[in-house]
Design a protein around this ligand. Sequence first.
Ligand SMILES: Cc1cc2nc3c(=O)[nH]c(=O)nc-3n(C[C@H](O)[C@H](O)[C@H](O)COP(=O)(O)OP(=O)(O)OC[C@H]3O[C@@H](n4cnc5c(N)ncnc54)[C@H](O)[C@@H]3O)c2cc1C
Length: 354
Amino acid sequence: MNARAHQIKVREVISETADAVSLVFDIPEDLGRRFAYSPGQFLTLRVPSEHTGSVARCYSLSSSPHCDDRPAVTVKRTAGGYASNWLCDNIAAGSVLTVLEPAGNFVPRGWNRDLLLCAAGSGITPIMSILKSALTLGRSKVVVLYANRDRQSIIFARQLQQLVQRYPRRLIVQHWLESERGLPEARAIAGWARPYRNYEVYLCGPAGFALAIRQGLAQLRIPERAIRQEEYRSLTENPFEQPIPVVAAASAATAVSARLPGDTPTVQVDIDGDTHALPWPRGKKLLDVLLDHGIDAPYVCRESACGTCVCRVARGRTRMLMNEALIDEELAMGLTLACQTLPESDDLHITFDQ
Ligand SMILES: Cc1cc2nc3c(=O)[nH]c(=O)nc-3n(C[C@H](O)[C@H](O)[C@H](O)COP(=O)(O)OP(=O)(O)OC[C@H]3O[C@@H](n4cnc5c(N)ncnc54)[C@H](O)[C@@H]3O)c2cc1C
């Protein structure tokens, strides 16, 4: 089992709408540090399956570490979906789930910038965490655009209303109901968002919604780099079923010294306070190298989307096959995604403890 997976008890199940529930977790005291999280991050839950043993699904934390006592995720039923329906049907107070430690980089780096938060449906969950945190920690303005099918499907309707009453000069919440206005489209978004064009944008919702928002904001010449997006998808990998290490013996922490013989690049990897010296075959992704050597590297999706395996190239040249998680600023800092990174030079140094 993945060393970052833990048995966590559900303390409470809150019915948010007819098809969405929040699961509030009780984190044991000894895991408090491991389950510390930032607004916008997610948890990965193991959902039992008769066919495959289990499936893994990510759910954004809807709670804020700065104003809520306990972490909570909010799950909305997906029509025809397996895990979301299983969770909504089977989890009750007292249930125990296997949960990976918090991950993800859909996280504001400060609280001084004005924020434009755009969500549709269950996309409100990380947005809610960011919203509550920004109002609590910062003094900036926050505008929320929240699209839903109809009034009954608005998750957190009451909490949003209460926040507007509490922060009338800092918070605007604009609901967009498909039942009244049809689907959001770019021109209308551009017209509405004009006063907020200097705000930092956080976006989470289905593809059609995200496209309309991006096209609308493009009409206002808001640069792509000002927009952070969280994309929901079901994992195809299962991080709970970790591959068996092929070179377990090499996992002992070693000081880095000589180059390994032959043409294979070598890498020094600093992770969890240990240093490992490893051969890094060209054409092999860094995460696969680490897991092969029994090193407990963090990962969830292995598809470049979630940002869990982010690390820094301290020495040497690498390239990524795909990158859906890191923005230009982060790339300029030398950050890379272990699940997509190949070596380009012979002598490399990677740190996970940035
Ligand atoms: C970072 C992140 C954060 C997330 N946060 C949240 C959150 O806060 N709240 C939330 O509700 N969700 C969230 N999600 C989405 C969540 O992880 C799941 O993807 C979602 O719950 C659907 O999972 P499921 O198992 O119910 O559906 P799945 O079984 O994965 O099905 C998804 C869709 O595919 C269709 N489908 C399934 N199998 C097939 C097949 N064989 N052929 C054709 N179609 C098929 C289904 O009908 C359904 O429409 C998040 C995802 C990510 C990556």
